[in-house]
Design a protein around this ligand. Structure first.
Ligand code: URA
Length: 210
């Protein structure tokens, strides 16, 4: 993304939110509304999913359907309450029939995500599933094998810490994945300096040597 496109994206955003966008004709047709990120604008942990589903499209918030219930419950277990983290998606409009977002749609929405990340400046970005992991790490990712792995990357020129995580829906299809999911959220809590009781205490030093 070049500098002109990026500054256009920044200007279209009100804080961390996109208020109007018509870049993806199919998504404009299929959405009921733009689903922006949810959570405090100074959160230490940012979760990034793929894109809104039917419930999210209806309610205007990310991860409020069945996957959201899994995420909320597991967050509670590791001491990271949903109210303390920010949750967003790679694309902000629901793809028709829950298909994956196309490369063009991901690219059209990328500047908004990068601006949200820059303005939030989180300690760690947790990618929920294959699409956001590959989108942010710009390589192919075997999420089941790599879940729990931390990778330092540059996003929009700034060093960022990315933690690969399963999509919460994966635990609905295969309950044995819950353990991996919870362990990854525990790593996120550690990186943000939060213990299981929800108190914060410093966290790991950020991107040392990167
Ligand atoms: N799955 C996602 O990737 N994002 C949501 O917001 C909901 C389900």
């Amino acid at each position: 993304m070049d500098e002109t496109d990026r500054s256009d994206d920044e200007q279209r955003m009100d804080g961390l939110e996109v208020t109007a966008c018509e870049r993806c004709p199919e998504l404009v047709d299929s959405r009921s509304q733009i689903v922006n990120g949810d959570g405090p604008n100074d959160a230490d942990v940012l979760f990034v999913g793929e894109g809104p589903g039917a419930t999210e499209d209806r309610e205007g918030k990310p991860f409020v359907g069945r996957s959201g219930s899994v995420l909320d419950e597991q967050l509670r277990i590791v001491g990271l309450d949903r109210e303390t983290v920010r949750i967003t998606n790679c694309v902000r409009c629901r793809p028709p029939k829950n298909r994956d977002p196309t490369k063009t749609e991901l690219a059209n929405c990328r500047g908004y995500l990068e601006t949200e990340i820059d303005r939030l400046d989180p300690e760690v970005i947790v990618t929920l599933g294959k699409v956001p992991s590959e989108h942010l790490l710009e390589r192919s990712v075997a999420v089941t094998k790599e879940a729990g792995t931390v990778e330092d990357v540059r996003l929009g020129g700034t060093p960022r810490r990315v933690l690969i995580c399963l999509h919460p829906a994966a635990t609905l299809y295969d309950r044995s994945q819950l353990e991996t999911f919870e362990a990854t959220l525990e790593t996120a809590a550690e990186l943000a300096g939060v213990d299981r009781n929800g108190s914060s205490g410093g966290g790991q030093s950020r991107l040392d040597g990167f």
